[in-house]
Design a protein around this ligand. Structure first.
Ligand code: CMC
Length: 452
């Protein structure tokens, strides 16, 4: 049985408002004060709504209580439901981890078997989904395709909107875990101009995905066991990461009580960004641009001079080596033994070596994050650069779902609705600046249409 983390010492904090001379006592629970308690700190102005806490980008605001993932950014610790990421990566399967994230305990044999069966049973997608994906341009980014397709799944399962019905919620969660790899593989085949490959339900979760990606004329696809193992581990490492940008997006959108497919597509959208999941793609582009190990010092100097960032470095929470990056680096060695050393590995190693000994990076506590080496592994496995973040999204679906359900069942949660500090003009009368009814010349429209 899991032991819970001891809550930080409880107590109170005295706040003295120098505007009024009043002192307020605010309770501290679990190392936090409630922002709502600040409301009672007011001036004498009858219109004063009370003190707000201002925290752009949520640098120091806990938005929920969560029992799923624990991170100690200073010590480089990551645990899912108390289990160290290193042990899960070594010993478990991705589906075991998906179960663990949602249910809080590792599955026993019969729970695991029926979970695997349910996931396998739901791997197929409606044929219209295939046609929908075929409609994208040949060069569509696979994350844009995945995002739209997952949002589109809501239209196939209208009853998924009954999110408070545990049966509906369960089947939606199974469907998402089962169908996201199928859709992802279809996106890959579209990118390559290859025919879609249907799921092979005799295979494991990861092997089936690799089959849908790589199978050609062979009747049965057999993935290289090193690739299967590498992908299984990478999926485990990416499965959850507490309240990051995409998970917060899923929670915020889900808090409106929309269906889970729409909420997951919000997560995929957030993950697409280069500061988040899109970083693995950017790392590879950066390394390719550097081109040769001799150009690394110059590149580092440019970064220090404010010209761009060292992609794959730095993290909002980790202020030491990202524990996932350590595992990925070791994994890369295994993969390179099969396919040969990646041509840009030398550049990546030199970037890491210089950055880790440079004051700019040391003083800002910038260390390699999970995305620094994943791109090199994915490229060695012949995944195109555009596709890297899709692989991340398949894995993170497990975490998003667990966090989404935790949010729904949390009695303290309400629709997410931050406050703001208004900085715009005070009230002013409307004075037209344009002539209403004035027609814009058609010729301009034509020119714009040609450009689009
Ligand atoms: N290269 C160079 N300088 C950096 C970097 C970097 N990668 N990251 C942060 N800094 C500097 C930043 O310029 C700032 O310097 P100063 O104090 O002089 O203004 C200082 O370090 C603090 O940075 P910050 O922007 O306040 O940190 P943040 O917590 O807001 O940003 C981050 C975190 C991950 C967005 C950022 O480190 C970054 O952009 N890294 C590169 C992109 C990346 O690898 N993202 C993947 C993150 S891990 C996986 C995931 O989330 O999906």
């Amino acid at each position: 049985m899991a032991t819970t983390i001891a809550p930080a010492a409880e107590g109170t904090i005295e706040v003295n408002d120098t505007r009024t001379g009043q002192t307020y006592t605010l309770p501290i629970n679990d190392g936090a004060i409630r922002a709502n308690d600040l409301k009672k700190i007011k001036t004498d102005d009858a219109d004063d709504p009370g003190l707000l806490s201002y925290d752009p980008a949520f640098l120091n605001t806990a938005s929920c209580r969560s029992a799923i993932t624990f991170i100690d950014g200073d010590k480089g610790i990551l645990r899912y439901r108390g289990y160290p990421i290193e042990q899960l990566a070594e010993k478990s399967t991705f589906l075991e981890v998906a179960w663990l994230l949602r249910h809080g305990e590792l599955p026993n044999q019969s729970e695991y078997d029926s979970f695997v069966h349910d996931i396998t049973y739901h791997t197929y997608v409606h044929e219209n989904m295939r046609k929908f994906l075929e409609g994208f341009r040949y060069d569509a980014h696979p994350m844009a395709m995945l995002n739209s397709a997952v949002a589109g799944l809501a239209s196939f399962y209208p009853s998924s909107r009954n999110i408070m019905d545990p049966v509906e919620r369960n089947i939606s969660m199974i469907r998402l875990l089962a169908k996201v790899p199928t859709i992802a593989a279809y996106c890959y085949r579209h990118l390559k101009g290859l025919p879609f490959v249907y799921p092979d339900n005799d295979l494991s979760y990861v092997d089936n995905f690799l089959s849908m990606v790589a199978r050609m004329t062979e009747p049965k696809y057999q993935a290289d066991p090193i690739f299967s193992k590498a992908l299984e581990v990478l999926f485990i490492l990416h499965a959850d990461h507490e309240q990051n940008c995409s998970t917060s997006a899923v929670r915020a959108v889900g808090s409106s009580h929309v269906d889970p497919f729409s909420a997951m597509s919000a997560g995929i959208a957030a993950l697409f960004g280069p500061l988040h999941g899109g970083a693995n793609e950017q790392v590879l582009r950066m390394v390719e641009e550097i081109g040769h190990v001799k150009n690394v010092p110059k590149f580092i100097e440019e970064v220090k001079g404010g010209k761009g960032k060292l992609m794959g470095f730095g993290h909002r929470v980790y202020k030491s080596y990202d524990p996932r990056a350590k595992i990925v680096k070791a994994l890369a060695d295994d993969v390179f033994k099969v396919v040969g050393v990646d041509k840009d590995l030398e550049i990546a190693l030199e970037l890491e070596r210089i950055a880790l000994s440079d004051d700019y990076f040391k003083s800002r506590k910038l260390y390699p994050n999970v995305d620094f080496y994943t791109g090199l592994i994915y490229r060695s496995m012949a995944f195109p650069t555009d596709f890297f973040t899709v692989l991340f999204a398949i894995a993170r679906t497990a975490g998003w779902l667990a966090q989404w359900e935790e949010m729904l069942l949390d009695k303290e949660q309400k629709i997410a609705r931050p406050r703001q500090i208004y900085t715009g003009p005070a009230e002013r009368p409307y004075t037209p600046q344009i002539e209403h009814g004035h027609k814009v010349a058609g010729a301009k429209h034509k020119k714009d249409a040609l450009r689009s």
